[in-house]
Design a protein around this ligand. Structure first.
Ligand SMILES: NC(=O)c1ccc[n+]([C@@H]2O[C@H](COP(=O)([O-])OP(=O)(O)OC[C@H]3O[C@@H](n4cnc5c(N)ncnc54)[C@H](OP(=O)(O)O)[C@@H]3O)[C@@H](O)[C@H]2O)c1
Length: 321
């Protein structure tokens, strides 16, 4: 029987179960996908804990996961743009962590054969989010851009996308990530008390734009350093959005299969690196979330649903941290 991650009450990772479910059938215009890799994201933990229950209540037993990569297992009526066996990247809220998912065909992106399943899946979530957040602050050649939590899932892609637009990029991180950020062409600055002074020292001519992926006072720091509100984007500070009118572009504002294809092409060309620090088998989904909720992930943590030796085509190794 196919497996899926479900939870039947709000709570910590311990409420997550891997249960057997029927194999779904694709309807007209839909595609059944055999999921190979699904992402693990900190925002999903908030939903599972019930933090957003007023806005987005769970329907128990609720599924989990958003971003995935897999191959086409079955076509619904009228689908001509894909064939069985095609490798695809997709995004299905609260559903992706399952052996089989049904997606509208027009929400899927062909996965280039030369990028790994592990690198492909996160592109539809953190990849699109990073693109939206960077695009919102419009970096240009000559600009200095700060990205907070620069070694994280969104941050590690945002720094690279900002550099591709010609900006000088400063990234905040713990000291253990300084060399990693340097390897991405980023100037590392330690987060924590005294951040504003360290940023001033790293950017004596000023900071033009700020991509905040962590909250906790980063927007206040950016404003104090003279960054204009319309050139600050935060993914994690709703209070600052309401109070200062800073931007808050995220995945839902930018997602399209075309954008996912553009990001995948950058990975293919070696211009964008998806760092995958850990791959957990589906059965260890609880441990994967315990790890991601510590909030010190370098790049991405993903779940593997098909062991490498059972995948149809040889995939490239995931990039290492
Ligand atoms: N709405 C959307 O479309 C969407 C999509 C994806 C993500 N998000 C949101 O975007 C945010 C980032 O997600 P993510 O997946 O990138 O998170 P993540 O990977 O869990 O972030 C981990 C990073 O946070 C850094 N960090 C830990 N403590 C910090 C501190 N005090 N100050 C600055 N950085 C610190 C860590 O760096 P060190 O280990 O170096 O300390 C680590 O590299 C989350 O709030 C998430 O919910 C929104």
């Amino acid at each position: 029987m196919p497996r899926a991650v479900k939870f039947s009450r709000y709570g910590g990772p311990e409420v997550l179960e891997v249960v057997e479910v029927p194999r779904p059938k694709p309807g007209p215009g839909e595609v059944l996908v055999r999921v190979v890799v699904a992402g693990v994201n900190p925002g999903e933990a908030g939903i599972r804990q019930g933090v957003f229950a007023d806005m987005w209540p769970a329907v128990f037993p609720e599924g989990q996961g958003n971003d995935f990569a897999g191959w086409v297992a079955e076509l619904g009526d009228g689908v001509s743009e894909f064939a069985v066996g095609d490798e695809v990247i997709g995004y299905l809220p609260r559903a992706a962590q399952a052996d089989y998912v049904v997606s509208p065909a027009d929400l899927l992106t062909p996965k280039p054969a030369d990028i790994s399943w592990e690198a492909a899946a996160p592109l539809s979530a953190v990849g699109v989010t990073a693109w939206a957040a960077v695009d919102a602050v419009a970096p240009a050649a000559g600009d200095t851009v700060v990205v907070s939590a620069a070694a994280g899932g969104v941050g590690s892609l945002a720094v690279q996308l900002a550099r591709l637009r010609g900006a000088t990029v400063i990234g905040t991180a713990g000291p253990h990530n300084a060399d990693y950020l340097r390897s991405l062409g980023v100037v590392p600055v330690e987060h924590g008390p005294g951040l504003a002074d360290r940023l001033k020292a790293a950017a004596p001519d000023g900071i033009d734009a700020f991509v905040d992926t962590f909250g906790q006072g980063n927007v206040d720091t950016a404003l104090a350093l003279g960054v204009a509100p319309q050139r600050i984007n935060t993914l994690a500070d709703g209070r600052a959005v309401a109070r200062y009118g800073v931007r808050h572009k995220a995945q839902e504002d930018a997602f399209s299969p075309r954008l996912v294809a553009e990001l995948a092409a950058l990975v293919s060309k070696g211009q964008l690196t998806v760092t995958v620090s850990e791959v957990y088998p589906l059965e260890q989904v609880q441990e994967a979330y315990r790890q991601v909720q510590r909030r010190h992930t370098r790049g991405k943590i993903v779940l593997s649903l098909v062991p490498p030796d059972e995948r149809p085509a040889p995939a490239a190794e995931p990039s290492t941290p």
